[in-house]
Design a protein around this ligand. Structure first.
Ligand code: MN
Ligand code: MN
Length: 294
């Protein structure tokens, strides 16, 4: 039996992720000062930004997550080739944006069929971490599969220890919240990450919020641990600017798992592109179902 509270948090995580993407995309690559001058506080899903999005439109963060989630659902588990094929189909669908490392990895796969690339210094972007939520949902009862699948799906495009560590830490924190643990458990997970890789330390906060995984994680952790409701967590995160759709999405994932879908502002949920919310509802239910028999 799937509990109401698990479903509330899982939907919160996935819809919260998409809200953060849609909200943050407007101010992606702006500085916090530029955002302040232009919007005061940016707190509504209004589209625009460098991608000239429709209000409620999401970007690669949510689209790649949905591509990964669909492959897991179609194969009732991780079929890595199906994941890579879904990513390539998405790449070929002329998406609004795509990160350089993701693009390079998918082009390698398309050319050679290799499901993993060699380690690279410049693979420490946030592109693997940002799309891992479907793995978290499908493996909430299987920590062993969580690690294995997270690293395998990452490796299609990213091969860097900092990307791996961040993907596992943020996924683990999300899983802890979904499993009913409190934010204290997340705090310990974050501390463990920092004791292994001190570059992730987020206090004092550097103010850097780029797509470099270290900057992304610092921003997400800082605002997640220093706010106490969904809306303020997302708003403060995206108003930091930089890779705001991705920091927003990851903050939305954690905050949604912490506070539940009930606490996502209705004006944001109502604004999300209808076919994206519908796909998220369906995937969340199906991924949680898979988690029950894995
Ligand atoms: Mn994006
Ligand atoms: Mn981004």
């Amino acid at each position: 039996m799937i509990s109401e509270s698990l479903l509330d948090k899982a939907l919160g995580a996935y819809l919260g992720f998409a809200c953060g993407d849609a909200l943050g995309a407007t101010v992606e690559f702006m500085s916090s000062k530029q955002i302040q001058r232009r919007y005061g506080v940016h707190c509504d899903i209004i589209g625009g930004g460098w991608l000239a999005l429709e209000p409620g439109q999401v970007t690669d963060d949510t689209q790649m997550s949905l591509a990964l989630g669909q492959a897991i659902i179609d194969h009732k588990g991780l079929n890595l080739k199906a994941v890579a094929d879904n990513f390539v189909a998405w790449l070929e669908s002329d998406p609004p944006d795509i990160g350089n490392t993701c693009k390079r990895g998918l082009e390698r796969y398309r050319k050679t069929g290799e499901l993993s690339g060699p380690p690279r210094e410049d693979d420490a972007g946030n592109g693997a971490c940002m799309r891992n939520l479907p793995v978290v949902l499908a493996t909430i009862k299987r920590p062993d599969y969580f690690i294995e699948w997270s690293l395998l799906q990452s490796r299609i495009t990213h091969n860097h220890p900092l990307s791996d560590a961040a993907t596992l830490a943020l996924g683990r924190m999300t899983g802890q919240l979904l499993n009913g643990q409190t934010v204290d458990a997340c705090y310990r997970t974050a501390e463990n990450l920092i004791s292994e890789y001190p570059e992730f330390a987020y206090r004092p906060y550097s103010g850097k919020s780029s797509a470099y995984i270290v900057d992304t994680v610092q921003t997400v952790l800082y605002y997640f641990f220093n706010t106490d409701d969904f809306e303020s967590c997302l708003t403060t995160t995206v108003n930091q600017g930089g890779d705001a759709d991705t920091t927003g999405a990851l903050a939305g994932m954690l905050a949604g798992a912490r506070y539940g879908v009930q606490n996502i502002p209705k004006r944001w949920l109502d604004r999300l592109e209808a076919k994206v919310s519908a796909a998220i509802y369906t995937q969340t239910n199906e991924l949680i179902d898979i988690a029950q028999f894995l």
